[in-house]
Design a protein around this ligand. Structure first.
Ligand SMILES: Cc1cc2nc3c(=O)[nH]c(=O)nc-3n(C[C@H](O)[C@H](O)[C@H](O)COP(=O)(O)OP(=O)(O)OC[C@H]3O[C@@H](n4cnc5c(N)ncnc54)[C@H](O)[C@@H]3O)c2cc1C
Length: 388
């Protein structure tokens, strides 16, 4: 039976489903894995609660796809996971210890129902999961990550830093993609950041980082990054792109969500003729529209680009005086006051545009809802995943 045993696959799925106690299953799995292979513990950050949840969601998705007898998406997902894990330095033997720990955990959680048939099914599913991950990791030829040195930091606002690095070797990615980054202040904790410039053959790369209130990594990155810090960058992901023959473009950027859209705009600037691009760039305060001068310069030389600055509040807070003046010379659209979803949809539903949205999860969700609510076709809207 193996992978044809849909009832067995359902039982395995329910055992890992976070809504049905799967997080506890994951706790048991990691405890077993670290016990049989102590070197694995060093690959993970000290606190694992988030890891339990993320892994139980991933396994639930995988078992569910198998229940539905679909293999294409799970295989692509597992292959990506395997390639991603190269950056942690996972070794071949650790895939085997993972297999063993996962098998014994599932067996103990489902002991009341465990029989030869379920055993077959569990073994077949785990062999698929681990085999595809390991195979994809093994097949990848290039280095698993790229190190680089911070060469410049601009604290452009109270909560935002623009950080430039020189990588030891160029990192291949497409404009609009995001990468995973590890900073020396927080070893072994990776976060997604989006390069704000297209890939550079000389290895230059730029990130725009906003400090998230209550966040673990971003406040440190914004405040404590120093020239000379060594960062580790890996794994380009994401598929935000512009079809140059696909009609005009609407971009909506909230705060540092500007970064990937800016990389796409800079990439377009290589061509003389482009679709028209209208960018709404929003922030809470006018002083937080940190990149208006660069956008003004690009728009001044590229008539296909127009930029509308938007701030939620009309006035700057007192601390604005401590940071650079972001106002560009005259020439951009006049700054508007309001929240991005409302300001953008004031002009209609933009249904004839390719629409790219980037920013914090709440802003992206609200903007997608406002646009589709007005009639923009969802299939024309692109955005990155809302969380890591
Ligand atoms: C595809 C992708 C690309 C990204 N690119 C960038 C980028 O170029 N520049 C950048 O500054 N950040 C970017 N981020 C966000 C970044 O990866 C981190 O999530 C963010 O910096 C918070 O990390 P932290 O460790 O400080 O917070 P955590 O300790 O991980 O989280 C603390 C709390 O903040 C919430 N939170 C997480 N991210 C955000 C957010 N963006 N806005 C509001 N609340 C949040 C979490 O849900 C949690 O409740 C990107 C995220 C994704 C998914």
């Amino acid at each position: 039976m193996g992978l044809d045993d849909r009832d067995g696959l359902r039982m395995l799925r329910d055992a890992v489903d976070p809504r049905l106690g799967g997080v506890e299953t994951m706790r048991e799995f990691y405890t077993k894995w670290f016990a049989i292979d102590m070197a694995v513990r060093d690959l993970f950050p000290p606190e694992l609660t988030n890891q339990f949840t993320v892994f139980s969601q991933a396994l639930t998705f995988l078992f569910n796809e198998l229940v539905e007898q679909r293999a294409e998406e799970p295989v692509a997902f597992l292959a990506q996971l395997g390639r991603d894990h190269r950056k942690y330095g996972v070794e071949r033997s650790q895939y085997f210890s993972m297999h063993e720990a996962l098998y014994t955990t599932l067996r103990s959680r489902l002991s009341d129902n465990w029989d030869d048939k379920l055993d077959d099914t569990a073994r077949a599913a785990l062999e698929l999961f681990i085999g595809v991950m390991y195979g994809a990791a093994d097949a990848e030829g290039g280095p698993p990550f790229c190190d680089g040195t911070v060469v410049e930091i601009n604290r452009v606002s109270r909560d935002i830093s623009v950080i430039r690095l020189q990588l030891d070797q160029p990192l291949p990615y497409f404009p609009g993609q995001y990468v995973t980054v590890q900073v020396p202040q927080w070893p072994r904790r990776w976060r997604y950041l989006s390069p704000a410039i297209p890939p550079d053959p000389g290895g230059a790369i730029e990130f725009h980082v906003r400090s998230v209130t209550g966040g673990m990594i971003s406040p440190t990155v914004v405040v404590e990054t120093q020239p000379g810090d060594r960062w580790r960058v890996s794994n380009p992901h994401g598929g935000m792109q512009i079809d140059r023959n696909g009609g005009d473009v609407l971009m909506v950027a909230g705060s540092t969500g500007l970064a990937p859209l800016r990389a796409l705009i800079m990439d377009l600037a290589r061509f003389g003729e482009n679709p028209r691009v209208h960018l709404f760039f929003g922030a809470r305060y006018p002083c937080e529209l940190y990149d208006l001068r660069t956008l003004w310069q690009i728009a001044a030389h590229n008539p296909w680009l127009s930029v509308s600055p938007v701030s939620e509040f009309a006035q700057d807070p007192p601390w604005a005086a401590d940071y650079p003046d972001v106002q560009p010379p005259r020439g951009l659209h006049v700054r508007q006051t309001g929240r991005l979803p409302e300001v953008v949809t004031k002009y209609g539903n933009w249904s004839d545009r390719q629409i790219l949205i980037c920013g914090g999860p709440d802003m992206v969700t609200a903007t997608v809802e406002a646009l589709t609510g007005k009639g923009a076709p969802p299939e024309q809207i692109q955005h990155d995943p809302l969380s890591g």
